[in-house]
Ligand binder design. Structure first.
Ligand code: NDP
Length: 449
């Protein structure tokens, strides 16, 4: 890990001591503090007045029991979480993750990152995150519905369109948002569209929200390449994952003239040199809820299942990690650099380990952190909230144009801030500093609350 500024080292030590065992949360805090040396050198009051210390402590952490009945009539018990991290800029905003690996440390890392990401969008949203250790894989629709209803029966009291507005994340897509919204509506007797985002188009959802995170990552990469006088045309691209973010990243790469030659899921990866057949991938993953091996079988020749190693062993110009945290480590980074990668942009949250980030910097690979590159999802969620508030619905073209504009602004803001603080070209430093200063200044203005 990179050494921290003298003023920040005790802040980090305190975070570790107060949040024992929460490895991912420590990592996320360290990654931000690493960038803030030049900021506190200029403005030591951020530490003296405990602004950073307050930022590292969530405003509220909710943990609750989620009991539900499975299809055989047996009672199951899961744990639910919502961490309302920071509301200096607006209502808490951030997704819900349903995955067996979810525990408080994961929710806190995601909520912490969300604060800065949301600030970077330039829209009035605070940071939060939630979820459960519930595993939707292999569960029937009826089981998923009963789980969502039980989850919302506890969580609803903490939500509201001006208070806390969840969305989807891993394991939470349109189906789950529907069940969650239905239960919220029933309990509160209010049609409060703005309380959840990622809704279906027929009941308050926004065009482009489904596509937004994946499209946004690729818009960001397009701007990175353009800044270097290049484009996506003809580029070989590797994407990890085959969920929401991955699928729409693949779609936009293909629209902009690149070719995605490999993708994955937690069971393996596929190499398809002719370019991933996206319509087929959507059928296999979204409709059949199948595994990546099913894609290879259905493709009927051309595509092969990776025999060993990982998706990062496939040579490419651009790599987009779009699956999960810490999925791209130093060994994977070495393989990518060996394969000629020039740009890495995070579609997932914190998929690249600190060692891998360092290796990319040493090799001159351009690296875009998730809090900048994947901000398109939450930005479009905020656009969904705007449409709900004005009881309006915008066209696909208009909404996509807004998303592209927001991604371009984030890109330019990262570069300008990195330059201002003496780290030209570092998207990571630019994103952390720009996000931090905006939230920190709002916190100072609002007093000690
Ligand atoms: P999905 O559940 O739709 O997809 C996740 C994908 O990642 C699946 O293909 C899954 O495979 C794969 N995956 C999960 N864990 C692993 C693992 N350990 N190794 C390899 N592959 C794995 O989630 P999303 O696409 O929504 O989210 C992906 C990432 O993007 C997450 O980090 C999320 O926080 C982040 N993100 C999502 C946003 C959104 O709008 N959805 C917004 C911003 C960030 P399998 O099916 O086998 O589990």
């Amino acid at each position: 890990m990179t050494e921290l500024h003298d003023l920040l080292r005790p802040v980090f030590d305190d975070v570790v001591a107060r949040n024992p065992g929460e490895r991912e949360f420590h990592q996320a805090v360290h990654e931000v503090l690493e960038s803030l040396g030049p900021v506190v050198a200029k403005r030591p009051e951020y530490v003296d007045a405990a602004v950073i210390q307050r930022l590292c402590e969530p405003e509220r952490q909710i943990i609750f029991r989620v009991p539900w009945l499975d299809d055989r009539g047996r009672t199951q018990v899961n744990r639910g979480f919502r961490v309302e991290f920071n509301s200096a800029l607006g209502p808490y905003k951030g997704g819900l993750r349903f995955h067996p690996s979810v525990y408080l440390g994961i929710v806190k890392f995601l909520g912490f990152e969300q604060i800065f990401k949301n600030a970077l969008t330039g829209l009035p949203i605070g940071g939060g995150k939630g979820g459960s250790d519930f595993d939707p894989k292999g569960r029937s629709d009826a089981e998923v519905m009963r789980f969502c209803q039980s989850f919302m029966t506890e969580l609803y009291r903490h939500l509201g369109e001006h208070t806390d507005v969840p969305a989807g994340d891993i394991g939470v897509g349109g189906r789950e948002i529907g069940y969650l919204f239905g239960q919220y509506k029933r309990i509160t007797n209010r049609y409060e569209s703005g309380v959840l985002t990622g809704k279906g188009l027929a009941w308050g959802g926004s065009q482009v929200r489904t596509e937004a995170t994946g499209y946004g990552v690729v818009f960001f990469v397009d701007r990175m390449l353009a800044a270097a006088g290049d484009s996506l045309e003809g580029k070989r691209v590797v994407v990890s994952g085959s969920g929401n973010v991955a699928i729409y990243a693949i779609e936009k790469v293909h629209q902009l003239g690149g070719r995605v030659v490999a993708c994955s899921d937690s069971s393996g990866y596929v190499v398809d040199d002719a370019g991933i057949d996206l319509e087929l991938l959507k059928v296999v993953k979204n409709e059949q809820r199948g595994r990546i091996a099913d894609y290879v079988e259905a493709r009927g020749g051309g595509a092969v299942l990776g025999a060993s190693g990982s998706v990062w062993d496939v040579a490419c110009d651009v790599a987009l990690p779009c699956a999960t945290q810490n999925e791209l480590d130093e060994a994977a980074a070495k393989a990518l650099v060996g394969g000629g990668v020039r740009v890495v942009a995070e579609g997932a949250n914190m998929p690249t380990t600190p060692g891998a980030v360092r290796l990319f910097a040493e090799a001159g690979v351009q690296f875009a952190p998730g809090k900048a590159a994947n901000a398109g999802g939450v930005a479009t969620s905020a656009l969904e909230m705007q449409q709900n508030a004005s009881r309006d619905s915008w066209s696909f073209e208009y909404t996509e144009g807004r998303l592209a504009g927001i991604m371009s602004d984030i890109h330019d803001r990262c570069l300008a801030t990195a330059e201002e603080y003496g780290q030209p070209g570092s998207y990571a430093a630019g994103a952390n500093i720009a996000g931090f200063t905006q939230v920190a200044d709002a916190m100072v203005a609002l007093g000690v609350v």
